[in-house]
Design a protein around this ligand. Structure first.
Ligand code: ADP
Ligand code: MG
Length: 266
């Protein structure tokens, strides 16, 4: 059944940040590969929500994003689709050889419940594609958590506190993690997770230092570098509200982000 909240037509859109690709008109008319489109269809999503329309094409260009949209607007898929496309684009062999180098993508969420919800959505799409998701949240003993992680996964969904613990005790490495998501960034800041976030990023060898350019052509160079060397971190941040603390966090961790705001009217 159609959820009026996520498909409502009466919303404000504000977008800024350099050259912005056209929004998705539909899933089918995008350049998302058929295997992923098939999964989207099987899950039963027929059209993208407003935040998905705007944010997915930007994510597919490997650009940093700040996405602001109310709860229930479909933000999870807005970051999961580009993330799955990115992982699917990596050579299978490299994926096998680098299995013990840790996940390719890390999603941070402020609470266990939220992390579980993202894990569920990630599995819905990832499992049929052969992409494994592992949640690093409280509740399991360190040893059990470590055992789960040793089985390998491409995506880790984590709460910051628990992830710091697991990283410091070397149950997980992030040697090839180039895609980082902060979900519910406003809540993460409210809950005091910024120092943990800082620590977590220090475990990643890749920086978000990209060639400093605003030149249209160089967007392509940016993408090529990213794809060939895994050299840069793509960082995306989704939030329901944009207080100044979130803006500060974005300035600190994101590089030349595209800003996408979907606001309800009334
Ligand atoms: P948010 O993170 O913005 O609060 P979610 O990503 O949790 O929103 O999505 C809210 C609900 O909408 C979920 O139940 C999800 O399965 C559903 N949903 C997301 N995208 C679509 C879509 N394109 N079509 C139909 N349902 C969707
Ligand atoms: Mg959400």
């Amino acid at each position: 059944e159609r959820d009026w909240r996520i498909f409502r037509e009466d919303y404000n859109i504000a977008i800024k940040g350099g050259r912005i690709p056209n929004p998705l008109r539909s899933f089918v008319e995008s350049d998302i590969k058929k295997d992923i489109l098939d999964v989207i269809a099987k899950v039963g999503y027929t059209e993208p929500t407003p935040i998905q329309r705007q944010a997915i094409p930007i994510g597919l260009q490997n650009r940093d994003i700040i996405g602001v949209a109310e709860t229930g607007s479909g933000k999870t898929l807005a970051f999961l689709i580009p993330l799955l496309v990115w992982i699917q684009s990596l050579p299978k062999l490299a994926r096998l050889e680098d299995a013990d180098q840790g996940p390719y993508a890390l999603v941070m969420a402020p609470t266990r419940e939220l992390a579980n919800q993202i894990e569920e959505e990630s599995n819905k799409f990832g499992v049929p594609l052969g992409i494994r998701t592992c949640a690093v949240i409280g509740g399991l003993s360190r040893e059990d958590q470590g055992m789960k992680l040793r089985m390998g996964c491409e995506i880790v969904i984590a709460t910051p506190g628990r992830l710091v613990d697991v990283l410091e005790n070397r149950y997980l490495v992030l040697n090839q993690c180039t895609y980082v998501v902060f979900d519910e960034a406003d809540k993460m800041i409210d809950m005091g997770f910024e120092p943990d976030v800082q620590k977590i990023l220090s475990f990643m060898p890749v920086s978000n230092e990209k060639p400093d350019t605003d030149d249209a052509e160089d967007e392509d160079i940016l993408k090529k570098n990213f794809l060939s060397k895994h050299k840069y971190r793509q960082t995306v941040m989704f939030t329901a509200t944009m207080p100044s603390a979130v803006e500060r966090m974005a300035r600190k961790y994101l590089r030349r982000p595209a800003y996408v705001y979907i606001g309800a009217i009334g």
